[in-house]
Design a protein around this ligand. Sequence first.
Ligand code: ADQ
Length: 481
Amino acid sequence: MPLKVLSVASEAVPLVKTGGLADVAGALPAALAPHDVAMTTLLPGYPAVVKAIGKAKLVHKWPSLLGKPARLLSGTIGEHGLLVLDCPSYFARDGGPYGDSKGQDWADNWQRFAAFGRAAADIASGATKAGKFDLVHAHDWQAAMTLAYLKLASDTPDLPSVMTIHNMAFQGHFDAKIFPRLGLPSSAWSIDGVENYGGVGFLKAGMQMADIITTVSPSYAAEIRQPEFGMGLEGLVATRGNRVRGILNGIDPQVWNPAEDSEIPANYSHRTLAKRKTNKRALEKAFGLEESDGPLFTVVSRLTWQKGMDVLLEVLDHLVGIGGRLALLGSGDKAMEAGLHEAAARHPGRIGLHIGYDEGLSHRLQAGADAILVPSRFEPCGLTQLYGLAYGCVPVVARTGGLADTVIDANPAALASGVATGIQFDGVHYHALRAAIDRAMALYNQPKQWRRLQQNGMKADFSWEASGRAYADLYKELTLK
Ligand SMILES: Nc1ncnc2c1ncn2[C@@H]1O[C@H](COP(=O)(O)OP(=O)(O)O[C@H]2O[C@H](CO)[C@@H](O)[C@H](O)[C@H]2O)[C@@H](O)[C@H]1O
């Protein structure tokens, strides 16, 4: 019998995505299937998700889930089980999963995702007709209360559990006055429960209750023991140190493979790199850039402080000054967007922007640009550098978290032994990023070296094979106790 795992996530491709969490939650069921794990994903019933589930089976009704009626629908996502928490009062809204169309967080997010966790705990413990589960795997703060309800509520049995942190910067921290409305026993208000710095901490609660805490790269698992990366939870990470693991994300070769990608003008492999030129020409047109065989840099990113986009802004004049061009896709911080528009106006034909979110364009950028810049201040794993590696779009990355774990820096030793895949730099500030761009330029001007970087990256294996096995081994370790 396969091990039955309930994966609880607030987004998953192809149904709903605001960032890397969706890629990972969407890829896990297929990554686990070869290892005798049957994973069912539970998602909130956002309009797009309810629409996509189509002919679904009604498997449960809650008269009141923290005050609102809700239903559980059962269907499939690809070949895998999908459960949807259909609760229009919480989830049937225009805008994004976490906020309105202006980017303002929904004021009742605590209630929406506590209810989600409460429902997940009921499902995981077999209280609905969705069946019984052997283990529950919660992702990020939005799913973290699942583990608090499982451990602390009196009406749910305990179950082996994993809490994965995709980004410690988002903790789901709320005012203490919500505590009485969570429906937890009063004993849960303690440092060993959901209390966190005088408020209620959803991620903190999940980390406290989980049998194992994972994060998405070994380096980030080590970094979050320090205040700079732990963001207030470093003490908890240290206390639970022997329960913290790092499992690197993979990428889905069905979605990210330049030889078969239907989103890009010309397909290619590491043997037919010359075909990338067609993709580069198409990008130049799409971004209003001058046609040139000089290096084209790209950025595909949320425009935030985490991603170092303020430092990118500082370095753009230099990048253009030495003959580079930039095609950027992203959205986020309004001041950063304005700064980018100013830079593009200063450098017409050299800096092109697409402010917004566009999945197809993100593929075309990886397939046509020469190098992707990822100057993150912290990066739990990072996916865009992995896509860059797979597409021969050489990653230029800050040496942090998963970026440090996945890119082999083109230092003299790595170049001499022919193993380098990209460029790493230390410290996210103007001089460091500028020097990294200079190094990229110098390597680009040595076509043989550059091709080697591209080919090494494309041949590296970042599929889910190893990580799927690591999660499966972890689940087995926890359920065989
Ligand atoms: N404007 C745009 N248009 C189209 N696509 C866009 C886009 N902006 C970003 N993307 C896409 O969104 C995803 C971003 O994933 P990342 O892993 O790089 O960062 P994120 O911070 O969202 O994820 C968090 O969770 C993931 C998953 O664990 C960790 O890898 C990461 O370090 C952590 O911060 C990629 O698939 C990227 O292509």
